[in-house]
Design a protein around this ligand. Structure first.
Ligand code: SF4
Length: 373
């Protein structure tokens, strides 16, 4: 048991009670819970109960560890994870060799811990592509999961195989969920994961004693319940048929939609628009690059600059022309179609149909009196 609770531990690191309560409110917001739940989270974190975390890493670039550790300043969530993650983390623990392995084994024997797994599991050549302390990743994963209360597959490599699993997958890389069948596995994909979503998942577990609700890919709905496209600040430009068509063109400089540059926001579920990265400083679309669908399975195979197949996401009547129109539509026909579509799918699609007769070049050139950014 911890001698002090999480709240006391973070306050000892110089975080004020006010900032701690702000963190609890933020966690309630990220978890899509009513404001009142912030008090419940604060109360749970003020309970001196220790939930150890064992963090193991296999076939990956360590980007998820980096995302958590390399921020410009320690945040409350990092401190909370530091308080919880003392048992075993190969990247940051002081112990090494036999001492580190003994510490991990002691935690496994004690049980009751959350297992965080970073990286995919190579299965080729009987696991020879990733061995630590003479054991394959498969053996190490199964051992570490044996007494865990829950397993968090962090980052796209652990969740879905990620880049190591990309064709031709020379190491036989596979996701964590292929190996753990007797306890809950939650996937937190992203390349890298957003540390806010890891914190919120652990805070949910500490507060309610269970993992948050998940989708059919075992991703928590609070973070992966909505498409990026549906909350994107450039969505108005998509609906108006205003697209960046070349890096650095007028549309790009004015913040227009990046769909034609390969943005996968329409087929990607992630809460990037709400929480951003690096203390919400920015995220790919905000910085001017399209989403690469890093939180979706097999994202690497989609091609970063290939256009997403929108018809898998929505019928063409609901979005602006994303290909060059094959024929001009006369205003009367457009009005009829627009009226019908407007009843069916709302005002945004009416604007979309008005753009049907625009060529790419016209769509790219802002009107002289445009105030759009
Ligand atoms: S296609 Fe991409 S940039 Fe355009 S609105 Fe959708 S998510 Fe945003």
């Amino acid at each position: 048991m911890l001698e002090i609770n999480v709240q006391e531990a973070v306050m000892k690191q110089g975080i004020s009670r006010r900032d701690f309560l702000k963190f609890c409110s933020m966690m309630a917001g990220v978890l899509a819970m009513p404001r009142g739940y912030a008090e419940r989270i604060a109360s749970a974190l003020a309970t001196p109960k220790r939930t150890p975390v064992i963090w193991i890493e296999f076939q990956d670039c360590a980007g998820n560890s980096e995302a958590l550790l390399r921020s410009s300043r320690p945040t409350v969530s990092e401190l909370i994870l530091n308080v919880l993650s003392v048992d075993y983390n190969e990247t940051i623990m002081a112990a090494a060799g036999e001492q580190a392995e003994e510490a991990k084994q002691a935690s496994i024997d004690a049980g009751g811990y959350i297992l965080v797994v970073e990286g995919s599991i190579p299965t080729g050549e009987e696991g020879a592509y990733c061995c630590i302390a003479g054991k394959s990743a498969i053996q190490l994963l199964e051992e570490a999961a044996s007494n865990a209360v829950a397993v968090i597959a962090i980052g796209s490599c652990a969740a879905f195989g990620g880049i190591p699993m990309a064709s031709p997958n020379p190491t036989g890389a596979a996701p964590v969920s292929n190996f753990i069948k007797d306890k809950p596995v939650i996937n937190l994909p992203g390349c890298p994961v957003n540390p806010v979503n890891l914190s919120a998942t652990i805070v949910h577990f500490l507060t309610f004693g269970e993992l948050p609700a998940m989708d059919d890919l075992h991703r928590p709905l609070f973070a992966y319940g909505a498409r990026i496209h549906d909350n994107c600040p450039r969505r108005g430009h998509f609906d108006a048929g205003e697209f960046t068509v070349t890096w650095g063109d007028d549309g790009h400089r004015q913040g227009w939609c990046l769909y034609k540059m390969g943005c996968k926001g329409p087929i990607t579920k992630h809460n990037c628009p709400a929480v951003g990265y690096n203390d919400n400083t920015s995220w790919p679309i905000k910085s001017g690059h399209g989403c690469i669908a890093c939180s979706e399975p097999n994202f690497w195979e989609l091609g970063a600059y290939n256009q997403a197949d929108l018809q898998r996401y929505a019928p063409p009547a609901t979005y602006a022309p994303v290909q060059l129109p094959t024929q001009k539509i006369d205003p009367a026909s457009a009005g009829i179609i627009g009226g019908v579509a407007g009843v069916a799918i709302g005002a945004a699609s009416v604007a979309a149909y008005k753009a049907l007769s625009k060529s790419d070049e016209e769509a790219q050139t802002p009107p002289a009196n445009s105030t759009k950014k």
